[in-house]
Design a protein around this ligand. Structure first.
Ligand code: PMP
Length: 424
């Protein structure tokens, strides 16, 4: 951290003192941000950064339409879901209209973790099963239940006897074998749990296999996975906390690319452009018994301000044709990075959909994960923000706001080119 200036050093020391050691900072030289606008972030010294990482601000930092909706509703009324109010109903109507008709009810939470947690509770109740099956480098949340299923973040150690993890459907390293292994392992885990009297309640899959390293396996593979869990009496939960709201450039929801319909859909991050809004869309029949037995209330989930923000985000995604933009600009991004791949031996795979791109990196002299971290740090020095993911962190994760344009791709690719050129 030799290049960190005094002001940043003071903030780092204050964080340690006040927040303790749990909070991680990005980059060897952390960024101290003070303002955001569209795809841009500005630091305390007035330097401008291209944000190619933050999917939460899906329609751009501080989008004026979203900010106005938030301010207007905050100045009018904020309560909770135990009073009559049109805003949450208008939002639910708009949201459900984007999903397949069988997902007929919406429930609101504040975080993606809570959304997954709630979906698991519903699945347990509806199926009589208990555990959940996930991939082996996934992230699904920070509650006790979802942390145990977040195998990329220590979950494997606390997975427990009812849950199971299967190899991620790796479409790269092994010429399709990893993807096929996924189905075999899933069937084996389902059989093992059932034989031990621990029938699973659900298969929980991130539609973009984000923390697993960003993979988009063949549709038949995910359909096969859905069949396996359904035959065992479990449900399919699509975690769209990262892949939802148009990011993949083919409609609003990532699961649609696999030609199947999940039983439960969990939402979060991009839903509120930075405001904490999340939720679950569910088949109505799944909620009947659950509501009678357990009920559901979330003090902040579905409050009128969050609902107004959610509506404003949908206005922008639909009004500014951001799904189409994600497809067009995302295709261009991958084309340009593929061109770099022909010149840089460190780039060994480029994959993705829409504005979600994973670039697998290896180093000549460095371990692979160190290479991806070095490239992300070098790009940060050029004021382009990306990060990395996957087991060992070998994959550069590019996931900008959906308002990203071709000129932003050009700037990103120039920074990536220069970062790959620097010798390890
Ligand atoms: N699911 C996925 C796929 C995620 O990426 C995340 C957050 N990284 C979550 C769930 C949890 O969301 P939150 O942090 O809003 O609780």
């Amino acid at each position: 951290m030799t290049q960190v200036n005094d002001a940043s050093s003071n903030l780092i020391a204050r964080r340690r003192r006040l927040l303790g050691p749990s909070y991680e900072l990005f980059y060897d030289r952390p960024v101290h941000l003070v303002r955001g606008e569209g795809v841009w972030l500005f630091d305390a010294e007035g330097e401008r950064y291209l944000d190619a990482y933050n999917n939460v601000v899906s329609v751009g930092h501080c989008h004026p339409h979203v900010v106005a909706a938030l301010a207007r509703q905050a100045a009018t009324l904020n309560t909770h879901t135990r009073y009559l109010d049109e805003t949450i109903l208008d939002y639910a109507e708009r949201l459900l209209a984007t999903a397949p008709p069988h997902l007929g009810h919406a429930l609101f939470t504040c975080t993606g973790s809570e959304a997954n947690d709630l979906a698991i509770r519903i699945a347990r109740h509806a199926t009589g099963g208990h555990g959940v099956i996930v991939t082996d480098c996934s992230y699904h949340g920070a509650t006790i239940a979802t942390a145990a299923l977040s195998t990329s973040a220590g979950g494997l150690a606390v997975l427990g006897e009812f849950n199971a993890a299967v190899p991620r459907p790796n479409t790269f390293h092994d010429d399709g074998a990893g993807a096929r292994q996924f189905l075999g392992a899933l069937q084996a885990e389902v059989d093992r749990l059932c034989a031990g009297g621990k029938r699973p309640a659900a298969l929980l899959l991130d539609s973009a296999f984000s923390s697993d390293g960003i993979f988009f396996p063949a549709a038949e593979l995910i359909q096969g996975a859905g069949d396996i869990i359904h035959r065992a009496g479990g449900l399919l939960i699509a975690d769209e906390v990262q892949s939802g709201f148009g990011r993949l450039g083919t409609g609003m929801w990532g699961f649609a690319r696999y030609g199947l319909v999940p039983d439960l859909l969990t939402l979060g991050k991009p839903m509120g452009d930075g405001h904490p809004v999340a939720g679950v869309m569910a088949r109505p029949e799944l909620l009947e018994g659950f509501a009678a037995a357990e009920g559901y209330f979330n003090t902040f989930g579905g409050n009128p301000v969050s609902a107004a923000v959610g509506i404003a985000v949908l206005d922008v995604v639909q009004g500014e044709s951001l799904v189409e933009n994600a497809r067009r600009v995302g295709d261009y991004l991958r084309e340009e990075i593929l061109t770099l791949k022909s010149r840089h031996a460190c780039i060994v795979d480029v994959r993705g959909a829409g504005l979600y791109c994973g670039v697998e990196l290896v180093g000549e002299t460095l371990p692979a994960g160190s290479m991806a971290r070095r490239v992300a740090n070098a790009m940060r020095q050029r004021r382009v923000l990306v990060s990395n993911c996957g087991p060992g962190g070998t994959v550069l994760k590019i996931r900008p706001p959906l308002v990203f344009a071709r000129e932003h791709v050009d700037q990103l690719v120039e920074a990536l080119d220069a970062a790959c050129t620097e010798r390890a």
